[in-house]
Ligand binder design. Structure first.
Ligand code: DLL
Length: 432
């Protein structure tokens, strides 16, 4: 099977026809590989009545069954691996929001491909060899820190492996080591900006020029806030541990128009989240990804639950784009008939003075009615009056813009539960 030790810029030279041919070759190798080596896939393909040989065109992929997160859990920890354990060089795990973690593995070649894709991503974000990159994604089982780290090194950058937390120290490191690029969750970037301001430093005056933000959904409004307050270009990076980690798709700094999917390694489809039917380009639905070159843990038609749509390539014409992720299909709340995504609440919280854009949605049931409480963190300097006004403003906007009546609680800064820098957006207490 082909790997990418040739380099991160390899696939960027392909035209669309060459890309499709390469994808088909790699896809066929992948479905054969998993059928031969992973009992889970053999069973799933047999049950669906498909054989690797049935994959004669890229469209034939639609005949193959989906893989879902529960399949990883049921085969915990190593059941989906396609190589001998001795070939596995690294494990990562995602805590997930419920139950068992999911474990993913990488061979040496997988790690090289991953570093290539993150290097390509940083380059598309405007990074260059010789730049210093401050990595504030968490290091550890989460793929963010180490994924960003090896990609930046692969591109030829100097890495500051800051990891998450210790906000005051992060600010000190940025001021002293003068990185040009920061890689961090967008919500933690806002915390860093608050800290700069608390220390009396105008964040616009630092050495930072580019932020590569991902691991959680964020909006155009959040981009504007970060770009204005930090005086940087803010671009989006997407990925998930089941597929590789960060570096599946990246927004290009010159266009900022959605994320180019690195299709020479990750084949995208968008499907109807309910029927599973493949949707045409441009239609919104759930992103499904198939790895094309992974060895240790290939995935075929993995249902990401992330909602987006596919668009033609722009800055990198051979790679289709995915629109900024608007939410997850399992994050959608239906509250008294109104479909609601956390990103809609984010828009409101962001424009409300006195609160930080750190919020959580708590669903409860009162009698037979579902009730939603928006809990948002106050800004560190907000007065009691400002907190009261913010609560009122959020409730009014939720009613006027989204169409639902909610309760609002303004909580103290840094009090909402966080895991690897991501706030758990939805706490659903209805079933209890
Ligand atoms: O969050 C990998 C990553 C690290 C991506 C650093 C980007 C930067 P997981 O912990 O497995 O992996 O979580 C994957 O996070 O299915 C999305 O729901 C969400 N997500 C990741 N990137 C974005 C993004 C990492 N740019 C899950 N926009 C995914 C929206 C994102 N959601």
């Amino acid at each position: 099977m082909s790997t990418t030790t040739q380099g991160w810029d390899e696939g960027e030279r392909l035209g669309i026809e060459e890309m499709r041919a390469l994808q088909l070759e790699r896809l066929r190798a992948t479905v054969s590989r998993v059928y031969e080596r992973v009992p889970f896939y053999r069973r799933a393909f047999d049950e669906a009545g498909v054989r690797p040989g049935d994959c004669a065109s890229l469209d034939d992929l639609a005949r193959f069954p989906f893989t879902v997160k529960a399949d990883l859990r049921e085969n915990y920890p190593f059941g989906l691996f396609a190589v001998d354990r001795s070939q596995v060089r690294r494990l990562h795990a995602s805590s997930g929001t419920t139950g068992l973690p999911t474990v993913v593995g990488y061979t040496q070649a997988d790690l090289a491909m991953w570093a290539d894709m993150v290097a390509r991503s940083i380059r598309a974000a405007g990074g260059r060899p010789g730049d210093t990159v401050h990595v504030a994604y968490g290091y550890g089982l989460f793929t963010g820190g180490l994924g960003a780290h090896y990609g930046a090194e692969r591109l030829g950058c100097t890495v500051v492996p800051a990891s998450g937390g210790m906000t005051a120290r992060q600010v000190r490191l940025i001021l002293d080591l003068k990185p040009r690029i920061i890689m961090v969750t967008p919500s933690y970037m806002l915390t860093l900006l608050d800290e700069f301001e608390r220390q009396g430093v105008d964040p616009r005056t630092t050495s930072l020029e580019v932020g590569v933000f991902g691991a959680e959904p964020w909006t155009e409004r959040m981009r504007r806030e970060i770009e204005e307050r930090a005086g940087i270009d803010a671009v989006d990076i997407y990925g998930l541990s089941e597929v590789i980690g960060p570096g599946v798709a990246q927004e290009c700094v010159e266009t900022k128009d959605g994320l180019h999917i690195w299709e020479d390694h990750f084949y995208p489809e968008v499907v109807d989240p309910i029927t599973g039917e493949v949707l045409p380009e441009g239609e919104p639905g759930e992103l499904v990804l198939t790895s094309l070159t992974k060895q240790a843990m290939p995935v075929v038609r993995y249902r990401t639950r992330d909602l987006t749509r596919l668009l033609p390539g722009t800055a990198r014409p051979a790679f289709r784009r995915m629109e900024k992720v608007t939410g997850r299909s399992d994050d959608m709340i239906i509250l008294r008939g109104v479909n609601l995504f956390p990103t809609a609440v984010e828009e409101i919280v962001l424009r409300t003075p006195g609160v930080a854009p750190h919020f959580q949605l708590r669903l409860t049931r009162e009698g037979r009615m579902d009730a939603l409480t928006v809990r948002a963190e106050a800004r560190p300097d907000a007065t009691t009056d400002e907190r009261t006004a913010a609560a009122r403003a959020i409730a009014v906007a939720m009613k006027d813009d989204v169409g639902v009546s909610v309760a609002v609680e303004i909580v103290d800064p840094e009090t909402l539960e966080r895991s690897v820098g991501k706030i758990k957006r939805i706490v659903d207490l209805r079933a209890r």
